[in-house]
Design a protein around this ligand. Structure first.
Ligand code: HEM
Length: 383
């Protein structure tokens, strides 16, 4: 828990980097003169499912656009055309080919969407650091991302413009909870972060509140190998459609309990090195788990409270095999940069739930379009 009684500059310097890590935004000052992306594509703000206890915050849709504006302006200012990166998670450790094997035997209520017993899908997985600063050394404390893109998934998807895409994404971070629930609080945090005003920056720890600040602090960890970390969806998703639909969260962990230690003199990109060396030696194995909600007290609009495993157990639904491979090539790294992950690349059976996910529908779409447009890169889902 940050100590808000300590001298303000100290709490600013201890908290600000933590907040920046997960803010989905860098600290550059947006310039009003920077044009935002105008597009004619269809973007319908998600409606809520009151049957699963979703509820709208005031002005959510406008706030989603405002947050997108702040992030877009930050990217346009930070990067030259041709070199635009993701605003959050810009540093990849690599994109690896994987197989997503759904287990042969699953509890009946989990047989939904892509979870078809015995089915195998090809997939891409992008491992990343969370910080908006892609030049950070991997030894620096940070949030670590794992984004899975399952291929060959038939059925109409939720994103209006990409309804015919054949991909299903699952996006995770190595921490069980997110640091904010309230869209207006999140917007004010972003505005403070992007302000040149010192006074506004002093306000940063208060923008998140005590609980949010404490979560933001615990986000930042060191890991020895992206294949050995545990990842969580943090925010909930629907599983199934119709009267039997339920709210779930996801998690991924290594099949093996052994972890290697962090090297004594870690190289700048030692997590990429660890991934490369592991996959040169042989296959890797991870388990994909689903955690059904077991009580209405596990609120879908509250991303800041963990659904304790003791009260809501995780069930393994798939085995992820990452075959021995060479992934660290210029072509594959470029392909990796140009991928776009969003929780809304999804079948209706895996519909994202809660305010944070609703905001992400608008924000991820805009930011992905902006960076592809700046880089003159084609934006398309892989087959
Ligand atoms: C309102 C809250 C959030 C905002 C504003 C936000 C913002 C962003 C943005 C702008 C990107 C880059 C998108 C692109 O350029 O394609 C991104 C990527 C990412 N976000 Fe978030 N995010 C939020 C919440 C979350 C949550 C709850 C998670 C938890 C799993 C998460 C995990 C990730 C990961 C792992 C990536 C990298 C995906 C990849 O490898 O391409 N974010 N986020």
């Amino acid at each position: 828990m940050p100590n808000f009684m300590q001298p303000i500059p100290l709490s600013l310097f201890t908290l600000a980097p933590l907040v920046i890590v997960m803010s989905g935004c860098s600290t550059t000052q947006p310039k009003n003169s920077i044009a935002t992306l105008t597009s004619s594509h269809q973007m319908i703000y998600p409606s809520i499912d009151s049957g699963l206890s979703e509820s709208l915050y005031p002005h959510e849709q406008e706030i989603a656009e405002e947050i997108s504006d702040v992030i877009e302006q930050s990217i346009r200012q930070q990067y030259a055309s041709g070199n635009a990166r993701r605003d959050a998670h810009p540093k990849a450790h690599g994109c690896v080919r994987a197989e997503f094997h759904v287990l042969e035997s699953l509890p009946k209520q989990l047989v939904q969407g892509v979870f078809i017993p015995g089915q195998t899908y090809q997939a891409w997985i992008r491992f990343s650091n969370g910080s908006p600063d892609a030049t950070n050394a991997d030894i620096k404390r940070d949030a670590r991302g794992m984004a899975i893109k399952i291929l060959g998934v038939s059925g109409k998807k939720l994103l209006e413009d990409e309804a015919n895409a054949t991909t299903q994404d699952f996006i995770m971070i190595n921490h069980p909870v997110f640091f904010a629930n309230d869209p207006s609080r999140y917007l004010s945090l972003m505005q403070d972060l992007n302000s040149e005003s010192f006074l506004k920056k002093l306000h940063l720890p208060f923008a998140l509140g005590a609980k949010g600040s404490s979560i933001a602090l615990s986000f930042r960890t060191r890991i020895s190998n992206p294949l050995q970390a545990r990842y969580w969806s943090m925010v909930p998703y629907q599983l199934g459609i119709g009267p039997d639909r339920q709210a779930v969260k996801y998690s991924v962990r290594s099949c093996s309990a052994t972890t290697t230690s962090i090297p004594k003199n870690p190289s700048h990109d030692f997590l990429r090195d660890a991934l490369r060396e592991s996959l040169q030696k042989g296959d890797a194995c991870m388990e994909f788990l689903v955690q059904p909600r077991t009580s209405s007290k596990m609120a879908v609009e509250d991303s800041m409270t963990e659904w304790k495993e003791t009260q809501a157990p995780f069930y393994p639904v798939a085995m992820i095999r990452i075959p021995q491979q060479v992934f660290d090539t210029p072509d594959q790294n470029k392909f990796c940069e140009n991928l776009s992950f969003t929780p809304w690349h999804a079948l209706p059976e895996h519909r994202p739930l809660g305010a944070v996910n609703r905001l992400r529908k608008v924000i991820y779409d805009r930011i992905s379009r902006v960076r592809h447009e700046m880089n003159s890169a084609k934006r398309q889902e892989p087959q």
